[in-house]
Ligand binder design. Structure first.
Ligand code: APR
Length: 320
């Protein structure tokens, strides 16, 4: 059987890391696409040379033309610009919306059967716009944020409790922003829900509250440390987990930004919820039970996402 073809649209920090991980895992042949000339070709050649050491039989190619993504099975989109000091939220949306238009049209023309994973921020609005611009089926266009946010939550819990990261299951729902909803009752340490873990003395309520807050601000913590960019290792691993579940039909349940049509009482928007990813894309949305507090937090987060989507519609009338 032919190897899968993975097109990485945007070959910056996350794109390059995605290419490296995909090549190490032999997940498929990789096309690194970017508007910058030479850079994707250079990264592709560097990683291709590394495959001789790793011993994986995959090809890597850099590209500046959408023709090269033809027939891709998976497209992972990181193209865009990061928010710079002094740039307003709407400035960022305006710039990245234009990028999503170009990327969406490129995917529509050359890789209409792909499973598309968007990473570009502001995530929940950009994945919504990418689906509109590409016209691909909604179950084949998803956003990566929840796997990353949940990974941060899980890591902080492992660090505090001393329990193996393998025995921690953490979940965050909602938009990819400071008002995301870490699901304390549904997350487990060694099989115990977090309230039960507090009762069992594995961590204090104060420590749990601090972890929830740190999770919400996890992206900013990395930006403050790096000073010149944002996180890329954990975001790349998170998107690879989603791509792998699709390519291998693993049917993993992963928190992703997916199109909702009635689930959680919401319609016509993308927001982070647990989704079963298999060979058909998003095959099912899992609905967690929510208490009043969780409902209120989720509502606030959804309102932020709706605000971002409205800003997109205000900027580009074709989306209204
Ligand atoms: N088409 C293709 N590539 C583009 C386009 C475009 N229209 N516009 C910009 N790019 C490329 C840039 O040339 C750059 O190489 O997108 C790449 C983005 O890479 P980085 O700036 O290194 O950003 P990265 O850290 O990879 O993050 C990418 O993910 O988490 C989000 O907020 C983050 O939106 C950002 C995205």
């Amino acid at each position: 059987m032919a190897r899968a073809k993975i097109a990485l649209i945007g070959a910056g920090m996350i794109g390059g890391t995605l290419a490296h991980v995909a090549a190490r895992e032999a997940l498929g042949d990789v096309i690194l696409f970017d508007i910058a000339e030479g850079m994707p070709q250079g990264k592709a050649l560097d990683i291709a040379e590394a495959t001789a050491v790793i011993g994986t039989d995959v090809s890597l190619k850099g590209a500046n033309a959408y023709e090269d993504i033809a027939g891709a099975d998976v497209c992972i989109v990181t193209a865009g610009v990061p928010r710079k000091p002094g740039m307003s939220r709407d400035d960022l949306i305006g710039i990245n919306l234009k990028v999503m238009k170009a990327v969406g049209e490129g995917i529509k023309a050359h890789a209409p059967n792909a499973f598309v994973i968007c990473i570009t921020n502001p995530l929940d609005a950009m994945v919504w716009a990418l689906q509109k611009f590409s016209g691909l089926p909604k179950e084949k266009v998803v956003g990566m944020a929840g796997v990353l946010d949940s990974a941060r939550f899980a890591y902080f819990l492992a660090e505090k409790t001393g329990v193996s990261i393998q025995d921690i299951h953490a979940w965050t729902l909602g938009g990819h922003g400071d008002d995301m909803v870490p699901m304390v009752r549904h997350s487990t340490v060694g099989g115990l829900s977090l309230p039960d873990a507090v009762s069992a003395g594995m961590l204090s309520q104060g420590e749990l509250d601090a972890i929830v807050e740190r999770t919400r601000k996890g992206g900013g913590e990395i930006v403050a440390l790096l000073k010149t960019g944002s996180a890329f290792y954990a975001p790349a691993e998170s998107a690879i987990a989603m791509a792998r579940s699709y390519l291998l039909d693993q049917k993993r349940v992963l928190p992703c930004a997916v199109w909702l049509s009635g689930e959680y009482g919401l319609s016509d928007l993308y927001v982070g919820v647990p989704a079963l990813i298999g060979a058909n894309g998003v095959e099912k949305v899992i609905e967690f039970s929510t208490n009043d507090d969780e409902k209120a937090m989720f509502k606030k987060s959804v309102e932020s996402v709706q605000g971002l989507i409205q800003a997109c519609k205000d900027i580009d009338a074709s989306l209204a």
